[in-house]
Structure formats: structure tokens, C-alpha cells
Write a protein that binds this ligand. Structure first.
Ligand code: GLC
Length: 446
């Protein structure tokens, strides 16, 4: 069995702390300079120093969020708008790719624009947005944090203060064609080798099918898939001590799974152009036997309106690994209040509305997205509709976190480059990992 060590928070905080101290020092200089009339911008109103300021201002706001592939977000917002006609929320839809969403949010914040009121932040962006004071510290006692899965709440904190409230979580699942596995008498695989064997059996009668895909385009999804492969082979990307540790035999085995997959054709060539949606379309078209994907695909692939050829023909299982079950990377999204919106009280109240059990239950039922409200995972009616909820909960609780650092995007870009160059055969996996180790050491050095 691989050892799936949880990435501890203490050493990561050490990195935060020193980075944040440096940032605080820079901010202090900036404030002094502004006071001296250098023209530097003053800190954002209400951004403060991590102590929640009173969130005031009532009126219309926007919700900036990545492309809503579920179609349900507008319905939730409509419900809020009906109840609050003077505080209407308008969705600003950002691109589908996590990296592009972040880019637009960063540009907006750097311009101190009030175009975005509430930000739907990926769990990995909290440190950067909080350290730069682009989002405001939130009053913890105003949210039902003790009802949410603790791992998800942790992702919304920076320096132990709440900056973003988790509204949806995410854990990787192995979607498999139950009809095809049943036909060859196979159970869902626990290891990568078993997965390959099953594919060979299934393909004996279905030659045109592809075996396995995940999110392998060069973007945040690849960081997730690479990290899961490394963790599922017993390795770590950034260890419990906050230090990168990818130049190891375990990490090499994880990367090798992806590289060999491409070489042998187990992973089809097109999969290197797949983000979540391209992969979903392939799975729904019946082209894949196995697909690593987030929970949101469950409802869409089961739609009975003709949009999915595999409705009723698939099931989900925990991710496989090298010697036994694999480990998921923790995904998900948190709502934060922009430091630049004048209507912060409305933003706060809207977040409270969205995180509430009622909204989370309705959203799960409509979209199959992973809630953050813990009790929903144990609700018999919901478990009947979504049989994977118990192991999704365990997988979120045990999921490996991506490094929580201010320079997260640079860390992720380095990981994407290493994984992509090795998977496309341009760089030998050992060289890719050695280079990645050096880059990560530089990026996480305190
Ligand atoms: C999902 C996850 C998010 C992750 C992204 C990668 O949206 O919730 O955490 O970064 O996928 O594509």
C-alpha cells in the first residue's frame, strides 16, 4: 500500500508567514510612500490587516465565477434576487479554465476595479488573494463553519483567518463503464495495472474504445492529475515539512504511469487536449472506458435528454493507485468578498445564503457537485441518489492539498510544464522531475 501522507499545514504556514511578513513590510512601505505623495495606491478600503472590518454597503453586486457548466448557478442567484430585489446579484461568467479565471480576477484586482463583488475562488488561490489584500477578512462567527467539512474550511483560511467560505468541494472519482466491466466480469480496479488489464479485456470486443483519460491539457487540471498520480504512488509534491520532494522514486513512478499511459495508447493522444469539459464530452459520447473526473459529471452524464450516450451505464469508484487505492487532490471553490466592492454587506449576506444547507442540498440534487455541508454526505435520501457520497466524503477528508502559497500560480505552472513535457515525450521523466524540484525549491524558499 502506498503511504498517503497528508500534507500538514504547519510547515506550509511557515512559508506563508515569512512571505506574509515580507508582504506586510512591502505594504507598510507602500502606505508610507503614499502618505508622502508618491502616488502609490493606498490599501484597498476594508482590506485591513486580517481583522474583519465591519462589512457595510448594501446594493447590487456581481458574482464572478468560472463558466457554470451545471446551469444551476443562475437558478440559485434568481432565488436570491427574488428575495432581495434591491440587492440583485448578476453573474459575471469567466472562462472554463481555472488558470484563465484567475488571470481575469487578478487583472481586475490589480486595477482595483469594483466590477467583481463576490469572487468564486478556486481553493488554491486564497493565499495569493488574501496576501495582496484583494479580498477582505470575514467574520467567522457569521458562518456555520462547524457544519462544514473541516478540510474545506481550512482552504479558505490564510494565517488562520477566514477569507473565503467553501460553497462546493471537489474530489477526483474514477468513472467507469459498468456495462462493459460487467460484460467481462470485472470489478472496478484498485490499481493502475488492474485498470490496464480490464481495458485489454474490454477492448477485445470493443476495439474502438479508449481506455483512460483525465485532465491532461497544460493548465491547473494537469497539476491536479499529476499530483494525484504522484500521491497515488506514495510520493509527495510538497511534503509535510513544506518542502518540495518530487525528485524521488515514488514521484517518478507516479509520473511514469502517465508517461507510459500515453506511450502505450492507454491514454489516447486527444486526452492531452482535455480539460474537464472535453473529457466529459468524450465520456458521454461513449468513447472512454475509464475517466478521472470531478463529481459534477455524474448528473450530466446521467441526463436522460439524449445528451449522454452513457446514461445509466456507468458508475464511480475511488481512484486507483500503484499498489492499491489512490489519493485524490482536494479541489473546490470558496466565495470571497472583493476589497473593491462598495456593497460588502450584501456580498456577506449573499455568501451566507449560498453556503446554507438548503442551498447546498438543492445544488447537490440539481448538479451532483460536492457540497461542503458535512451532514449531506450521510443523508439516506441523497446517498440513494448519489451512491458515491460516502467515499467522496472520505476522499475529501483524506485528500492531499495543493501547496498553499502566495506564489501558487508559479508553482502550478512549473508542475504543468514538467508533467506536460514528460507526457509528450519531449523530456525524460527523471529530468523533468529534477528540473521541477529545483524550480519548486526556489519558489517555496523562505
Ligand atoms: C475543479 C476543482 C478545482 C481545480 C480545477 C482544475 O474546478 O474544483 O479545485 O483547481 O478543477 O481544473
Amino acid at each position: 500500500m502506498p503511504t498517503h501522507r497528508a500534507v500538514g499545514t504547519t510547515p506550509v504556514r511557515k512559508t506563508h508567514r515569512s512571505t506574509a511578513i515580507r508582504l506586510a513590510a512591502i505594504a507598510a512601505v507602500a502606505v508610507t510612500a503614499a502618505a508622502c505623495g508618491s502616488g502609490d495606491p493606498a490599501p484597498a478600503p476594508g482590506a485591513g490587516n486580517g481583522t474583519p472590518a465591519a462589512l457595510e454597503g448594501v446594493g447590487p453586486i456581481t458574482l464572478a465565477s468560472g463558466k457554470d457548466t451545471s446551469g444551476n448557478m443562475q437558478k440559485q442567484v434568481d432565488e436570491w434576487n427574488k428575495l432581495h430585489p434591491d440587492q440583485k446579484v448578476t453573474i459575471v461568467e469567466l472562462p472554463e479554465s481555472a488558470d484563465q479565471q484567475r488571470q481575469q480576477m487578478v487583472q481586475n484586482a490589480q486595477a482595483q476595479s469594483d466590477a467583481y463583488g463576490v469572487l468564486n475562488l478556486d481553493v488554491v488561490w486564497t493565499a495569493e488573494f488574501a496576501a495582496n489584500q484583494w479580498i477582505v477578512a470575514l467574520p467567522e462567527n457569521e458562518f456555520p463553519l462547524d457544519k462544514l467539512l473541516p478540510a474545506t474550511v481550512e482552504t479558505g483560511k490564510y494565517f488562520n483567518k477566514l477569507y473565503a467560505v467553501p460553497t462546493t468541494s471537489d474530489g477526483g472519482l474514477l468513472y467507469y463503464r459498468k456495462d462493459l466491466l460487467d460484460a467481462v466480469g470485472a470489478q472496478p480496479p484498485k490499481t493502475w495495472a488492474e485498470m490496464q488489464e480490464i481495458c485489454e479485456k474490454v477492448k477485445a470486443d470493443n476495439a474502438s474504445l479508449d481506455c483512460y483519460a483525465g485532465q491532461f491539457e497544460k493548465y491547473e487540471g494537469l497539476t491536479v492529475n499529476f499530483s494525484e498520480a504522484v500521491n497515488s504512488a506514495g510520493g509527495v509534491v510538497v511534503g509535510e515539512d513544506g518542502k518540495p520532494n518530487v525528485n524521488t522514486p515514488e514521484a517518478a513512478k507516479g509520473l511514469q504511469f502517465l508517461v507510459d499511459g500515453v506511450k502505450s495508447g492507454m491514454i489516447p493522444a486527444e486526452a492531452r487536449t482535455y480539460k474537464e469539459e472535453e473529457g466529459r464530452r468524450a465520456f458521454q459520447a461513449g468513447e472512454l472506458i475509464f475517466h478521472r473526473q470531478w463529481p459534477y459529471q455524474y448528473a450530466l452524464a446521467n441526463a436522460s435528454d439524449g445528451s449522454s450516450k452513457v446514461a445509466g451505464k456507468f458508475a464511480v469508484a475511488p481512484l486507483p493507485g500503484l499498489d492499491g487505492p489512490g489519493a485524490s487532490t482536494l479541489g473546490g471553490h470558496n466565495y470571497a468578498v472583493s476589497a473593491f466592492t462598495p456593497n460588502k454587506k450584501t456580498a456577506l449576506d449573499f455568501i451566507k445564503f449560498m453556503v446554507d444547507e438548503k442551498q447546498q442540498r438543492a445544488n447537490l440534487m440539481a448538479t451532483s457537485q460536492a457540497p461542503t455541508w458535512a451532514a449531506l454526505y450521510d443523508d439516506a435520501e441523497l446517498v440513494e441518489q448519489f451512491p458515491y457520497l460516502p467515499f467522496l466524503k472520505a476522499s475529501i477528508e483524506n485528500a492531499q492539498k495543493r501547496p498553499s502559497v502566495v506564489k501558487y500560480q508559479e508553482v502550478s505552472t512549473a508542475i504543468q510544464e514538467a508533467a506536460y513535457s514528460a507526457m509528450s515525450g519531449e523530456v525524460a521523466p527523471a529530468d523533468a522531475l529534477a528540473t521541477l524540484q529545483t524550480k519548486l525549491e526556489q519558489l517555496t524558499a523562505s
